[in-house]
Design a protein around this ligand. Sequence first.
Ligand code: NAD
Length: 253
Amino acid sequence: MTDAPQRIAIVTGAARGIGAAIAKRLAADGMAVGVVDLQESATGSTVAAITDAGGRAIGIGADVADTGQVEAAVARVADELGAPTVLVNNAGILRDNLIFKMTDDDFDQVVRVHLRGAFLMTRAVQRHQVEARWGRIVSLSSTSALGNRGQANYAAVKAGLQGFTKTLAIELGRYNITANAIAPGIIATDMLRQTAERVGVPFEDYLAAATKDVPVGRVGQPEDIANAASFFCAEASSFVSGQVLYVAGGPRA
Ligand code: NAD
């Protein structure tokens, strides 16, 4: 243990899946966590897991793509936990379709949540980070950034988040703020279950088929991504910035 003050983190989309695992891991690392998701009521199990283990967490309902809700969420974390200096942009949705069937709304909603959401959250949190002269920003990209059938919208935003990350690293580095991205491969969450449903394959069969393409011979678990987030958010990772780490059990999706 050190005498360093407790870091305060915000993890978006942390009611379930990868975000929940990241929130719990950062709490286990010693941080207090603002658990943000669309509905405050949905954050209960993540908050309880953290507080039951002796950590500090609050649940907050906010749409990351709504400026007013983002500003209010960040202010609430600052009031109730302390100034947030760690941000994980994890909230996400899928609206998969082949390009000829993709609607305006499919495209706009995905851009709104992933890109506008990461932008609004980062703009709000960096004020606290700059003031503290320290910060960590981690955004969830994907192996789909390299291109994936049925995901023109999602691939575009996940590639966009990589450019966003590198720009944050350049602009904010002088304040000891690092920005990095994690690009997961196949991770067993409800989001993947949705993909299996779209292609009409039972979830277990989908996971078994996906496993064949993964060099380490398994699909990923949310904790695999939380491990990478923990590394990027660590005090000792202060010289790692602007990077994209593919966490996919191999070199590509
Ligand atoms: P998930 O669907 O299980 O969880 C996403 C969470 O985000 C949900 O709790 C949802 O309510 C929340 N959310 C959605 N829109 C929101 C909004 N506007 N404001 C606040 N919260 C919102 O998904 P997951 O698999 O845990 O994915 C987490 C992140 O990891 C996403 O950015 C996803 O694109 C990325 N990712 C997932 C995989 C995978 O295989 N599961 C692979 C690569 C990248």
